[in-house]
Design a protein around this ligand. Structure first.
Ligand SMILES: O=P(O)(O)OC[C@H]1O[C@](O)(COP(=O)(O)O)[C@@H](O)[C@@H]1O
Ligand SMILES: [Mg+2]
Ligand SMILES: [Mg+2]
Length: 326
């Protein structure tokens, strides 16, 4: 007799996998609801309006119709899940309270459609999600109980961790997410790099690091979408993504709550590292919803090398001064 859909040895479906993770029923339900929402987001990406919405988000960036629609899809699903207290999104100005504080509830921060400006040139985009127990969203990323992203590429994939391994699921022809890779691990060091931001605005330490990578023969692989760029580093298990501080933008571009924390949680749980140049991303204590930070994320040795170049650069003037004075 054929196995029930999503239960055969070769088709481990997301909900079944989550049930083996020793997490609450509410968290299983929440992650599955987000996975369901992503099916509507991918539909919007495939067929929706590519124009602007005529509004701007909390960063003052022009919102696309797709940003607004994806945000609405996610938010509605989270509200109706019945297990969410507070919701924050890259596309909302303030925290939305779905339910007052109560036991067993979770709070969610998300970027509904990261890289939305890439849809009109048909490049890959994604949804990024961070989940905390309780109602507090302004806490260090290390306190996340789950993080996930959904990548809308030639295939749709979902990567999640609840702190016990990082697992990839791929959408099948029935639109079910079935397990494709379990316990993804990153190597110690890699040979690909994805550098965000204008290079002529890089500080000296970052510029030197890039030259070091080039001299080592590392391959440049940058699509301009955070989700596919991170997914590449993670799935290949080797490499580094960086979006450093830039001249004129000391905090870089990417957002701590909606982009950096969830990706850092995933990459750390796959054996990699993520730093803002001086401390782990997950140790940043966020003070506001719209906080940004520079990021170096990927293989441990590569992240360390990047931060060593920054330290070296910072110490240079002092070293030179002591040489002159001494
Ligand atoms: O074009 P840049 O400066 O390299 O920035 C690319 C980065 O900006 C982003 O597009 C920002 O995300 P949004 O599209 O959600 O604003 C990331 O996906 C990407 O890593
Ligand atoms: Mg984004
Ligand atoms: Mg976005």
């Amino acid at each position: 007799m054929p196995a029930a859909p999503g239960t055969s040895k070769f088709q481990i479906e997301l909900r079944r996998h989550l049930r083996g993770q020793n997490i609450s029923d509410n968290l299983v339900h929440l992650i599955c609801e987000i996975a369901e929402a992503s099916k509507y987001v991918i539909n919007a990406v495939r067929t929706g309006d590519l124009g602007v919405a005529g509004t701007s988000n909390l960063y003052g960036e022009e919102q696309l119709a797709l940003d607004v629609l994806s945000d609405r899809i996610m938010r509605k699903r989270l509200i109706h899940s019945g297990v969410v207290c507070n919701i924050a999104s890259e596309e909302m100005d303030e925290i939305y309270q779905a339910q007052a504080s109560a036991d067993g509830l979770y709070s969610v921060a998300y970027d509904p459609l990261d890289g939305s400006s890439l849809v009109d040139v048909n490049l890959a985009v994604g949804t990024i999600v961070s989940i905390y127990e309780g109602c507090d969203l302004l806490q260090p990323g290390r306190n996340q109980v789950a993080a996930m992203y959904i990548l809308y590429g030639p295939r749709v994939s979902l990567v999640y961790t609840v702190g016990d391994g990082v697992h990839e699921f791929t959408m099948n022809n029935l639109m079910e997410f079935t397990l494709t890779r379990e316990n993804i691990r990153m190597q110690e060091e890699g040979n690909i790099y994805a550098p965000g931001g204008l290079r002529n605005k890089y500080n000296d330490g970052d510029e030197k690091f890039i030259r070091h990578l080039e001299a080592k023969g590392c391959k440049l692989r940058y699509s301009g979408g955070f989700v596919p760029d991170i997914n590449q580093v993670l799935m290949k298990g080797k490499g580094i993504f960086m979006y450093p501080a830039l001249k004129g933008s000391p905090n870089g571009k990417l957002r701590v709550l909606f982009e950096l924390n969830p990706m850092a949680f995933i990459v750390e749980h796959a054996g990699g590292a993520a730093s803002n140049g001086s401390i782990p991303i997950l140790d940043i204590v966020p003070e506001s919803l719209d906080q940004r930070a520079p990021i170096y994320i990927g293989c441990k040795a590569d992240v360390k090398a990047a931060t060593d170049f920054l330290v070296e650069k910072a110490q240079e003037p002092a070293a030179a001064a002591s040489f002159v004075n001494g």
